[in-house]
Unconditional design. Structure first.
Length: 75
């Protein structure tokens, strides 16, 4: 009920706005701020998960064959 009451008070204010001037307003700022906080939270979470990853490579196991390439019969 309070939302409709707020809209009835904002409608006369909308008539005073210059139609050639467009601004994002408070709603645009709130949406931008929420998106910025979400990106910050995702980056913080990603950083925490990346610190848990062990990037040390294990040494490759030796192959069963001799390791020398087979001679090419066409050469």
């Amino acid at each position: 009920m309070s939302a409709s009451l707020a809209l009835t008070h904002l409608v006369p204010l909308a008539k005073e706005v210059d139609e050639n001037k467009v601004t994002p307003g408070v709603l645009g700022f709130i949406v931008f701020a929420v998106m910025a906080v979400a990106v910050w939270g995702l980056m913080k979470s990603m950083n925490k998960h990346m610190q848990k990853v062990d990037f040390k490579e294990s040494s490759p196991e030796p192959r069963a064959d001799s390791g020398t390439p087979a001679a090419d019969p066409k050469v």
